[in-house]
Design a protein around this ligand. Structure first.
Ligand code: NAD
Length: 496
């Protein structure tokens, strides 16, 4: 394929139930990360456009909150069916704009749909609680009410799933919603909002603005936005958490990660290798739950190292729509170059490049952003790379003598998104579950992604906030609690 071409397809916003062409003066070119074919242009919304989306959501709120929960979930049942019907089409779109393989894209859509299914339980999940006779003749009730306009700002690596950690719960609980997806992958949500148009939601209940920092800052400062959900890198997560709080908003901000896995010598090495290889290199390592540093203990240092190196070297890298491809490109040429620079820094800090995926060339896709699976062996535990998020298909191997030493290494990790252990020893597993400083724990699991009815529970620099995405936390996040204490004088009832 030749160098990047330019396309004139312009991505619109979806505001107040209408597709709106952006008047922004700033546009970014979109390209397929594998083929570098031009995909269109995305606007970086200006303040007026974002304000219009927020005002549309605010105008829709009073009627939407009065709509009974049972009626609010009916469009979500339709949405589930439409997403199922369009799974293949949406999957292809994800591969085209994000680069992951078609099977990874469809797996992501499954998780998106799962969140729609869970949100259909809102009439049960949103219930409050009550107690009669908190004092003689006085009753007390806790009611959950929707907050108003809520917004989500999302990352590039799961163009469908991440917005769906928020959208179904936000609207099922009676809020109105503004989404600002990653400007690097706007096509999946554009198509999804075309489907959202078909499910009978009143105008303004869901809105889509494409943009970058200006759009985000406008959301963060707008007095009518009550809550903000964010998924992206840690520096931006911290910034958004602080700025949202400064204007009195509720915020949940999911940040970056450096997920460790410990491999004990008693682990089933074939299973561990297959699962860890998929975790480290699946989605080209661009998963916030990707395992990126493996701590092998005792004999596992050799057995695991040899097995994972063989597995990594065998993976078929290419365009995710081509048959048999197991790993796609990374998102941009800048990502590729950042990842390759970090591999070089690892080497300088004393690590040995066991499998080198730099300067990858994939036939027919020479201009694609490919980095092949890479393994760095004996990464010094005190080197910067041991704790830096690479967000690419790079697995660092760290050696430890025993579980104590491995756990001490985990404690130093500034992130806490996920930690995994491979073992056949229940006692080691229990200790790990008990002590590992991360919110999502895998025991013989490589990607410990919580199902939609559990919270996505990152810790430390992987999460800023109190209530997480998904599950019961989503209901807490999207509702205000109101407590009513009630007394009625007996004389009044005697009148009737
Ligand atoms: P990013 O932080 O660059 O962008 C995320 C969003 O923030 C985008 O919508 C972008 O437009 C916006 N943004 C970027 N810079 C901004 C700024 N200076 N001010 C205001 N808004 C800004 O992240 P990304 O590259 O899209 O995604 C990759 C990162 O996301 C990785 O660090 C990964 O670990 C993390 N991630 C975390 C989770 C999780 O659940 N913890 C899930 C997925 C991805």
């Amino acid at each position: 394929m030749s160098a990047t071409a330019v396309s004139d397809v312009r991505i619109p916003h979806f505001i107040g139930g209408e597709w709106v062409n952006s008047k922004s003066t700033e546009w970014q070119d979109l390209v397929n990360p594998a083929t570098h074919a031009a995909l269109g242009k995305v606007p970086l919304a200006d303040v007026a456009e974002v304000n219009a989306a927020i005002e549309a959501a605010a105008a829709a709120f009073p009627e939407w909150r009065r709509t009974p929960p049972e009626d609010r979930i009916q469009p979500l049942f339709k949405l589930k069916m439409l997403l199922e019907e369009h799974l293949d089409e949406l999957g292809r779109l994800i591969t085209i704009e994000n680069g992951k393989t078609l099977s990874e894209a469809k797996a992501e859509l499954r998780r998106a749909i799962e969140n729609v299914e869970v949100a259909c339980g809102i009439p049960m999940m949103m219930q409050g609680y009550n107690l009669e006779d908190v004092a003689r003749g006085i009753d007390e009730t806790m009611i959950r009410q929707p907050m108003g306009v809520v917004a989500a700002i999302t990352a590039f690596n799961f163009p469908a799933m991440i917005p769906f950690w928020f959208l179904p719960y936000a609207i099922a609980t009676g809020n109105t919603f503004v989404l600002k997806p990653s400007e690097r992958v706007p096509l999946t949500m554009k198509r999804t909002f075309e489907l959202l148009q078909q499910i009978g939601l009143p105008k303004g209940v869901v809105n889509l603005v494409n943009g970058g920092k200006t759009a985000v800052d406008t959301i963060l400062d707008h007095p009518k936005v009550r809550a903000v959900s964010f998924v992206g890198s840690t520096p931006v997560a911290k910034y958004i958490y602080a700025r949202a709080a400064a204007s009195g908003k509720r915020a949940q901000c999911q940040g970056g990660a450096k997920n460790p896995v410990i491999v004990l010598p008693d682990a089933d090495m074939t299973m561990a290798t297959n699962i860890i290889s998929d975790s480290a290199f699946g989605c080209a390592g661009q998963r916030c739950l990707a395992v990126s540093v493996a701590v092998a203990i005792g004999d596992a240092q050799k057995t695991f190292r040899d097995a994972i190196a063989e597995s990594a070297a065998k993976l078929r890298v290419g365009y995710g729509l081509d048959e048999g491809v197991q790993m796609g490109p990374v998102i941009t040429p800048q990502s590729k170059s950042r990842i390759e620079t970090l591999i070089g820094e690892g080497e300088k800090s004393g690590a040995k490049v066991l499998v080198d995926g730099r300067n990858a060339s994939v036939s027919n896709y020479e201009s694609g952003n490919f980095v092949k699976p890479t393994i760095l062996d004996a990464v010094p535990t005190d080197s910067e790379l041991a704790h830096t998020e690479i967000f690419g298909p790079v697995l660092s191997l760290v050696h430890a003598e025993d579980l104590d030493e491995a756990m001490a290494f985990l404690q130093k990790n500034p992130f806490g998104n996920q930690a995994s252990l491979f073992t056949s020893n229940g006692s080691a597993a229990r200790r790990f579950r008990y002590e590992a400083p991360a919110g999502n724990i895998g025991i013989n699991i490589g990607v410990a992604a919580p199902m939609a009815y559990f919270p996505f529970s990152g810790w430390k620099d992987s999460f800023f906030g109190d209530m997480h995405g998904q599950g019961r936390d989503a209901i807490e996040f999207y509702t205000d609690k109101k407590v009513v204490v009630e007394r009625w004088a007996k004389e009044h009832s005697r009148k009737f």
